[in-house]
Design a protein around this ligand. Structure first.
Ligand code: SF4
Length: 283
């Protein structure tokens, strides 16, 4: 893993494409991801983003945006005004192309410093998304921020299997991620289990019941078809993920599988589908 300390020129990115429906801005405290060689890195929607990887193999690098918090403080009011001109709330998705609580966060605390800056200058809405229970080290800060803005935490859990046969280990166990949902929910924080991309489930009823029992507010179900930013999942089809999914359950590689799982999930929890779900709409 190559780690580089970098000084960025900006930190709040005005969204476009898929994310435009979700938030006015994205904020990535890191570039690259220390979980890139774990199970989720396999079908990671970012691995082919040449703007991020600049020719470097996904999972081999992480750029630490050391001045992220300062940049936030310097530009939040300007970006809030820009969002207002678009008749939008100033809403931030953190993060669209990295994990804010990846291993480097333990040492560099870029994410924590950004959240501290947000306490002074809160956005209207904040969406935090991670695969990692390390988020719990910031639970007091997140709880405090949730009183200043509309905040929700997405915990990524693609399915109820630890890995699909042939995948490397996950960033953290399914049980640890459900426990993370439970701890955040117990503090009154709006929590969302995020099945993105949806993997073939072993026992969907049992899985959604476990997520519900953790106090989770909603789930998002997102298939790699449409979810990876292409209409046919062609970005993901360049990876091994569809084959690994097909080996477990052939129907799981079709969009109809998402709809089948949505119907099961709705027996337990409000469900958001793909981009609409990321935008906070559940039914
Ligand atoms: S944690 Fe997120 S950004 Fe990192 S490799 Fe996994 S899916 Fe990609």
């Amino acid at each position: 893993m190559q780690t580089n300390l970098v000084q960025n020129k900006s930190i709040l990115t005005r969204t476009s494409g898929y994310l435009q429906k979700v938030s006015s801005h994205s904020l990535n405290p890191y570039s690259g991801c220390g979980f890139g060689n774990s199970s989720c890195g396999e079908g990671c929607y970012v691995r082919f983003n040449s703007w991020v990887n600049r020719g470097r193999p996904w999972g081999s690098f992480v750029d630490i945006k050391a001045n992220a918090a300062d940049l936030y403080s310097q530009t939040a009011n300007r970006e809030k005004a820009w969002a207002a001109k678009q008749s939008q709330p100033f809403s931030i998705f953190m993060s669209s192309s990295t994990d804010p609580w990846q291993p480097a966060e333990k040492k560099y605390r870029v994410t924590r410093k950004v959240l501290q800056a947000m306490k002074t200058l809160p956005p209207h809405e904040l969406i935090l998304q991670t695969h990692s229970p390390v988020i719990l080290e910031d639970i007091d800060l997140i709880e405090a921020l949730s009183r200043n803005c509309k905040l929700r935490v997405h915990i990524s859990i693609e399915g109820d299997r630890e890995v699909l046969p042939g995948q490397p280990p996950p960033p953290s166990s399914v049980a640890d991620r459900i426990q993370t949902l439970q701890q955040l929910s117990s503090r009154g924080i709006f929590t969302v289990g995020c099945l993105s991309p949806l993997y073939p489930l072993d026992d969907a009823d049992r899985f959604f019941n476990r997520i519900k029992s953790a106090g989770t507010s909603a789930v998002i179900i997102d298939h790699f078809i449409l979810g990876d930013g292409t209409s046919d999942g062609s970005r993901t089809k360049k990876t091994r993920l569809p084959t690994l999914m097909k080996n477990v359950l052939p129907e799981s590689i079709h969009l109809s599988y998402r709809d089948k799982v949505v119907n099961i999930a709705r027996k337990y929890l409000p469900v958001g589908i793909s981009a609409t779900g990321f935008a906070g709409n559940y039914s």
